[in-house]
Design a binder for this molecule. Structure first.
Ligand SMILES: C[S@@+](CC[C@H](N)C(=O)[O-])C[C@H]1O[C@@H](n2cnc3c(N)ncnc32)[C@H](O)[C@@H]1O
Ligand code: SF4
Length: 415
């Protein structure tokens, strides 16, 4: 209800977000500004029951067939490119991309035919992957950022998440030997009985053992996952989020998004906060100036579509101008800042002209402050953004991914 009403208000329309199975055979990305790339590897050794992402159990045979299709998809989407396009960064996510570590370079090489990557390459890792052999390959193929899904260093929380105990000594030794520009570690907060002291221990453990960036995500209880973890109340979550933020700020860790903090200013890891991006692989999202499209969640159907020399697109939405603005503002606000000039150069109209009233109210209730260049979120604003994001995730992502996990190519979804 909240997500629907705010969508109507901010898009000035009753029109829902309408995704249909009608898709473009050619993607026009050549003139898209600030373009990033994302590649999805949907395989894991075992499945964590709290995790909503598109993945299945790894087998070498299926993973190899999948990577062959990925390479074909990239050639199919980008084959007409006349000259290399400059793009920001390339991120490999999953799933567990390191299960295909020997093939990542094949993917990078084919992308290098079409793009010039200016801000580096990132890979998501499971702690089990953080070993000498994998890190040395990643370094060799030009990976500059890694993000490790720790979730917690403490047995009791790993137990709650159903992950079981983990011995981190091997991982910590390898991190000393192999250096990356960004070493980010992911944690989940708002788990039952978790306190700020538990989180402080995890944060310090990360920063004193090779991480220069952390992501502290609130636990989200997706309807379609089989998790038995009970989510915290809104009040408890807010208290923890405020405590984490104040703690990190006091320690001098720079907040670079709602849930991420950097110990060194240039450490960055974010595959979502980019103006435009091309996604390859199952469940990968592509966002271009006027459209958002998402590939099928089914590995087998993905492979078949690509074998038919067709796009693996499952659903597409063609944004109205206001819908695109809302999407832009939502993800830009994730960085806790909205730059006025960037908005104007992206849309050709000033932010104040489009959302002057909302910005005024937001300032009056203390959600953000304004200077000549930007709007900056306050602690209160960050909490309410986080709260709204939770509604958005449950109202939109939960519903969409829930359907797409069951049906490879749904006819339409309205949100
Ligand atoms: C694709 S996963 C991470 C990569 C790797 N496969 C791993 O498990 O370590 C990305 C991150 O999303 C976060 N995540 C997964 N499920 C979540 C949930 N239900 N609520 C909040 N965060 C979640 C976790 O912190 C996880 O590390
Ligand atoms: S959390 Fe990571 S390892 Fe676990 S199922 Fe999700 S992607 Fe796989």
């Amino acid at each position: 209800m909240i997500a629907t009403l705010s969508r109507m208000w901010l898009t000035r329309s009753l029109k829902p977000f309408r995704f249909t199975n009608d898709y473009d055979r050619k993607l026009h990305y050549i003139n898209s500004s600030n373009l990033g790339l994302y590649v999805h590897i949907p395989f894991c050794k075992s499945i964590c029951n709290f995790c909503p992402y598109c993945k299945e159990i790894y087998t070498k045979e299926k993973c190899d067939r999948y990577i062959d299709s990925l390479i074909d998809e990239i050639n199919y989407v980008c084959g007409d490119t006349k000259e290399k396009k400059k793009i920001t960064s390339l991120y490999f996510g999953g799933g567990t991309p390191a299960l295909a570590v020997d093939r990542l370079n094949d993917i990078i090489e084919v992308l290098n035919k079409y793009f010039e990557i200016t801000d580096g390459i990132g890979v998501e890792l499971h702690p089990e992957n953080v070993c000498d052999s994998t890190l040395s390959i990643l370094r060799k193929i030009g990976v500059t950022k890694i993000s490790i899904g720790i979730q917690s260093f403490q047995d009791k929380f790993l137990d709650i998440l159903g992950r079981g105990k983990f011995d981190y000594s091997n991982m910590l030794n390898s991190l000393k030997k192999y250096k990356f520009d960004t070493v980010s570690m992911d944690f989940i907060f708002a788990l039952p009985d978790q306190t700020i002291d538990d989180l402080k221990k995890d944060i310090e453990m990360a920063f004193s053992n090779g991480a220069n960036h952390i992501a502290v995500y609130p636990f989200i209880d997706f309807d379609f996952t089989k998790s038995n973890v009970k989510a915290m109340t809104k009040r408890e979550k807010r208290k923890l989020l405020d405590e984490i933020t104040l703690y990190c700020e006091k320690k001098g860790y720079h907040r670079d998004s709602i849930w991420t903090f950097a110990k060194e200013k240039n450490a960055k890891y974010s595959s979502m906060t980019r103006d435009n991006f091309l996604g390859f692989g199952c469940s990968a999202t592509t966002v271009l100036d006027e459209q958002f499209k998402i590939n099928t969640f089914s590995v087998e159907d993905y492979i078949n579509r690509i074998a038919d020399k067709d796009m693996a697109t499952s659903l597409t939405i063609r944004f109205t101008k206001r819908q695109r603005m809302l999407y832009y503002l939502f993800w830009t606000a994730y960085t806790t800042r909205i730059n006025k000039k960037n908005f104007e150069s992206f849309f050709g109209v000033s932010l104040k002209r489009m959302y002057g009233f909302e910005l005024l109210i937001g300032k009056m209730v203390g959600f953000f402050t304004e200077d000549d260049d930007e709007y900056k979120m306050t602690l209160k604003g960050a909490f309410y953004y986080h709260h709204y994001e939770n509604y958005y995730t449950l109202a939109y992502i939960d519903k969409m991914w829930g359907i797409m996990r069951d049906v490879a190519f749904p006819e339409k979804i309205e949100l």
